[in-house]
Design a protein around this ligand. Structure first.
Ligand code: SAH
Length: 388
């Protein structure tokens, strides 16, 4: 066990005892010698041991919970966390080999995200402690999964808050082209080096598949990316219009549609805000609509503007929806919580003069578990609504 100790203030102690996995800078007294990335003993002001945590020097989040006791945080500890995380996925998706394997704090390893795409893994090292242990973690992953390639996708903005540079590259083995995987009956592929996040958005996987259950008639998918929702809608709808601003994503969507033999998708390269406004003006109607925009708020200060953005697209979508039609409305902005999102939908329905049923309230796929006590892990909202 580590012999470096940090002391908690009274408020820090209350947060720790209440089970909060993060302790902020202002609640921690840390020796000047600490550089960040260490495993530290966490104590109260008398030196009584409360547990262990990863320490970050540059970040506002100084401590990230690891253990309540003095177990060694060594190779065996990391191997056990990886095995426990994988056991959940094997139970959830027997036989499947594409899933989020490590969802940071929610899987007991703060600052580490690992997605598995068959025999290739894609990782994000988000704090100094995981950055400094990345070779150890890569070796354990390589052994556990007999992985042929491990990609390091640490090209994410949050690393800056931790004093870390952005980095992207293959760290083990050799990556041979995009990785193909299934979402229900739809075949998709992820480019682990060029795709968004670790290659694609695995958090919407179960919601994608669900969307096909609601699809009918004329369908509209806004903010399509490479077609995770659009392709599912196309299995059941007569026609799908997919609206996406990025030409590269539109091109990939078309390739994905062709690879699945789906010829009923029209890809529109446009700003979804403009598309929705024009469609309302033209009096168009749809039976099924999906809204899955990028995050509209990166911080608390932007909540109001984000909510206005959500309201605008949801209001328009409700105006476009035929009676009995379904709207699948998502938000990945964690600063807008479920209550805030529901209140926004309420107000959009009132303005659209529609009566709307909530059929399902969903979140990210089950391989992205939410950690009780850490609301930051509950970021994705996915409401299935039905207009009367
Ligand atoms: N629905 C996708 C993920 C969407 S990510 C899925 O389930 O896989 C958000 C997408 O919105 C990105 O591909 C981004 O290029 C696109 N986007 C961002 N702003 C947009 C806008 N104003 N209009 C249309 N698309 C936009």
């Amino acid at each position: 066990m580590t012999d470096v100790s940090v002391k908690l203030s009274r408020r820090g102690l209350e947060r720790w005892r209440a089970g909060h996995p993060w302790i902020y800078e202002s609640d921690v007294e840390a020796p000047k010698s600490l550089k960040g990335g260490e495993v530290v003993r966490v104590t109260d002001h008398k030196g009584y041991l409360l547990g262990q945590a990863f320490y970050s020097r540059a970040s506002k989040i100084s401590l990230r919970w690891l253990a309540w006791d003095d177990v060694p945080i060594d190779e065996a500890w990391f191997a056990a966390r990886i095995a426990a995380a994988d056991a959940l996925r094997q139970r959830l998706f027997p036989g499947d080999d594409t899933y989020r394997l490590i969802h940071g704090e929610a899987d007991g390893i703060p600052g580490l995200v690992v997605d598995r795409y068959g025999d290739a893994l894609s990782a994000q090292f988000l704090v100094p402690a995981t950055e400094q242990r990345k070779e150890l973690i890569a070796s354990l992953l390589e052994q556990h999964f007999k992985a042929k390639a491990i990609v390091n996708r640490s090209d994410v903005g949050v690393r800056k808050l931790e004093g870390l540079e952005s980095f992207k590259g293959v760290m083990r083995g050799e990556l041979k082209g995009p990785k193909v995987y299934l979402e229900g009956h739809v075949r998709l592929s992820a480019d682990l080096l060029q795709g968004q996040k670790t290659g694609t958005f695995l958090d919407q996987r179960e919601n994608h598949v669900l969307a096909s259950q609601y699809a009918a008639g004329e369908a509209l998918d806004c903010f399509s990316y490479v077609g995770g929702f659009a392709l599912q809608l196309a299995l059941k709808a007569s026609k799908v219009t997919a609206v996406e601003i990025s030409d590269a994503a539109c091109a990939q969507l078309k390739e994905n549609a062709a690879a699945n033999g789906l010829s009923n998708i029209e890809t529109v390269s446009a700003n979804a805000f403009d598309f929705l406004r024009d469609a309302v003006d033209e009096g168009r109607k749809f039976d099924t609509i999906v809204l899955d925009p990028p995050s509209f708020a990166k911080n608390k200060g932007a909540i109001e503007a984000a909510t206005r953005g959500y309201k605008e697209i949801n209001l328009r979508a409700l105006q476009l929806l035929k009676p009995g039609g379904h709207l699948i409305s998502c938000s990945c902005t964690y600063h807008v919580d479920e209550e805030g999102f529901e209140a926004m939908l309420d107000s959009a329905a009132a303005d659209a003069k529609r009566r709307v049923q909530i059929v399902e309230k969903r979140g990210a796929a089950r391989d992205h578990p939410v950690l009780l006590g850490l609301r930051e892990t509950r970021y994705l909202k996915c409401f299935v609504l039905r207009a009367l």
